[in-house]
Design a protein around this ligand. Structure first.
Ligand SMILES: [Zn+2]
Length: 467
C-alpha cells in the first residue's frame, strides 16, 4: 500500500491523505485549506489528483478543515461513497450547506466592490447546490461497525472524543495475504470535555497517522479558561463594551454556552446579554439532541434524569438566525457577549462583528480556539495593527485575549499518552505526524522518540510512502 499526504502536511488545515491499496484509491478526509486567501482558494479548487480515480472517501469528523472541500471533489468528478458516522453526516448536512452559503455570500460581498471598480468578478469555490449533491453520497456507519470501502480493505470507526461523531479511522488492509492495520487518528480530543466520551486508542496498529496540533503546547486547565471568560465578561460589562468570541458553531459554541450557563448559575456572571449569532449553531444543537449514542455517562444521566436541567439547553442565551437580527447587534448600545463563527475569523458573520467593533477600545476579542497561521484570528492574536477585513484596513483598538483551556484537541501530554497507549497494545512500526505547524510537529516527533516510539516521520505535502 501507499500513503500520500496532500493536506495538513506541515500545516493544520486541509486534512487529506490518499491511500492506494490493491489498485484502489481511498481518500482519508477532504478538508478545506485555510490561510492566505488566494493561495488557499487555488489549492481548494485545484485538487492534486484525478478525483475520478478515487473509489471512496472516509471522513474522521465534520470540521470543515476535514470535510469542507468534499463538494470540490464532486465537482472534479468523484462519484463514490463518503463513509462517516451518522453524527458526522448529520453535522455535515448543515455545515457543508453553511460553508457553501458563506462562500457564496463572501464572494457576492467582494464582487459588489469589484463590480464598482470594473474588476473581474470571482466565482465561489462551490455553491449550496454542490453541497446538496455531496450529501447524497454519504453512507453512515456507527462506531465499531466494520465496512469494506474497497475490495481487500476493512475499516471501522473508534470514538476520537473531539467533537460529536468524531472518529479515529481503523483500516485493515489485506494485500496478497499480508494483513496490516493503519490507524488515522483524526483529531484527538481530551478527557473532560462536556457531553463527549474520552478518546479511544486502537490495539494492534502497524502504522499510525497522527494529529499534532498542540505537539509543543500544554493547555490551561478548564477552570482557568472559565476564569478568563468570567473576567472578560466583567470587564466589558464595566466598560459597557462588547465581548466578541469567534467560535466554530460545532462543539466550541456548545461548550461556551455550557460554561456561561455554569457561571450564571454560580452567580458569577453580570446581567449581560449573550448572543449566539449563528443559524448554524441552532441547527447543530438540534443535531446534538439526535445523537445520544455519542454522549458520555454524565450527559446521558442528566438527560434521563427527571430534574428539569437540560444538558443541551442553554439559558440566558439568545440565538440569532436571520441577517437582520445579526445587523441589529451593530446598533446595540448595551454591553453584550457575542459568539459567532468562523472560529479563525476567516469567513462568516464574525467578520462583520470585528469590522464594527475592533476599532472600539471598549471591545474585547476573546479567542477560545486554535488560530492557524495567516488567518485573521492569528494576526489579531499576534498584535497586527491595522488588520484587513473584507479588503479594508481597520485599526485594532480592542483588547485581544486568549483562553486556551477550551481546546477540543489533546495537548502535548495527552498526545504523547495516546501514542504510548497505542504502542503498548501491539507492534507499532511507524508514526506519521500531520495536522500541526512545523514547530509543534518537530517537537512532538522528538517527544515520541524520547518515549521509545519506532520510526517517526513528518511528511511534506505531496510526499508518498510505500508501506
Ligand atoms: Zn477537528
Amino acid at each position: 500500500m501507499q500513503i500520500q499526504f496532500w493536506g495538513a502536511a506541515r500545516s493544520v488545515t486541509g486534512s487529506m491523505h490518499l491511500l492506494s491499496v490493491n489498485g484502489h484509491k481511498l481518500l482519508l478526509d477532504c478538508g478545506l485549506c485555510q490561510g492566505r486567501r488566494k493561495e488557499a482558494f487555488e489549492r481548494n479548487r485545484n485538487l492534486p489528483f484525478d478525483a475520478r480515480e478515487i473509489d471512496a472517501v472516509i471522513l474522521s469528523h465534520a470540521h470543515m478543515d476535514h470535510s469542507g472541500n468534499l463538494p470540490s471533489l464532486l465537482k472534479a468528478g468523484f462519484t463514490g461513497p463518503i463513509y462517516a458516522t451518522s453524527a458526522t453526516r448529520d453535522l455535515d448536512a448543515y455545515m457543508l450547506l453553511d460553508s457553501a452559503h458563506i462562500q457564496e455570500s463572501d464572494v457576492a460581498y467582494v464582487n459588489k466592490r469589484r463590480a464598482r471598480q470594473g474588476k473581474r468578478l470571482f466565482e465561489p469555490l462551490y455553491t449550496r447546490q454542490d453541497a446538496m449533491e455531496t450529501l447524497t453520497h454519504f453512507t453512515s456507519v456507527e462506531y465499531g461497525r466494520p465496512f469494506e470501502p474497497v475490495l481487500g480493505v476493512q475499516a471501522h470507526f473508534r470514538d476520537a472524543g473531539h467533537i460529536l461523531g468524531s472518529a479515529s479511522v481503523v483500516i485493515d488492509v489485506n494485500e496478497q495475504g499480508r494483513q496490516r492495520r493503519l490507524v488515522f487518528s483524526g483529531d484527538i480530543g481530551r478527557k473532560g470535555l462536556p457531553i463527549l466520551r474520552h478518546p479511544q486508542v486502537v490495539e494492534n496498529a502497524d502504522y499510525v497517522i497522527m494529529e499534532s496540533t498542540y505537539g509543543n503546547r500544554f493547555h490551561e486547565s478548564t477552570g482557568e479558561a472559565k476564569e478568563v471568560l468570567r473576567q472578560a465578561a466583567l470587564q466589558v460589562y464595566d466598560r459597557r463594551g462588547k465581548l466578541i468570541i469567534p467560535a466554530f458553531a460545532v462543539g466550541r459554541t456548545q461548550e461556551l454556552a455550557y460554561r456561561l450557563d455554569q457561571l450564571w448559575e454560580e452567580g458569577q456572571l453580570p446581567p449581560i446579554d449573550v448572543f449566539v449569532d449563528s443559524p448554524l449553531a441552532v441547527n447543530v444543537t438540534e443535531v446534538f439532541r439526535l445523537h445520544p449514542e455519542c454522549y458520555d455517562d454524565e450527559t446521558l444521566k442528566a438527560l434521563l434524569n427527571e430534574s428539569d436541567r437540560d444538558p443541551l439547553g442553554f439559558k440566558n442565551m439568545r440565538y440569532i438566525r436571520d441577517v437582520e437580527g445579526s445587523k441589529r447587534l451593530n446598533e446595540l448600545k448595551t454591553p453584550a457577549i457575542i459568539i459567532s463563527a468562523s472560529g479563525m475569523c476567516e469567513a462568516g458573520r464574525i467578520l462583520h462583528h470585528l469590522k464594527n467593533n475592533v476599532e472600539d477600545p471598549r471591545t474585547t476579542v476573546l479567542f477560545v480556539g486554535y488560530q492557524a497561521e495567516h488567518t485573521l484570528g492569528r494576526k489579531l492574536l499576534e498584535g497586527q495593527d491595522p488588520v484587513s477585513i473584507f479588503g479594508e484596513e481597520y485599526r485594532v483598538r480592542a483588547q485581544v485575549r486568549r483562553a486556551e483551556g477550551y481546546s477540543a484537541h489533546a495537548d502535548r501530554n495527552e498526545l504523547l499518552s495516546w501514542a504510548a497507549r497505542t504502542q503498548s497494545q501491539g507492534d507499532l512500526k511507524r508514526i506519521f505526524l500531520v495536522h500541526g505547524e512545523e514547530e509543534g510537529l518537530l517537537a512532538l516527533a522528538e517527544g515520541l522518540r524520547d518515549q521509545g516510539a519506532p520510526q517517526v516521520d513528518v511528511p511534506e505535502r505531496g510526499q508518498a510512502f510505500e508501506l
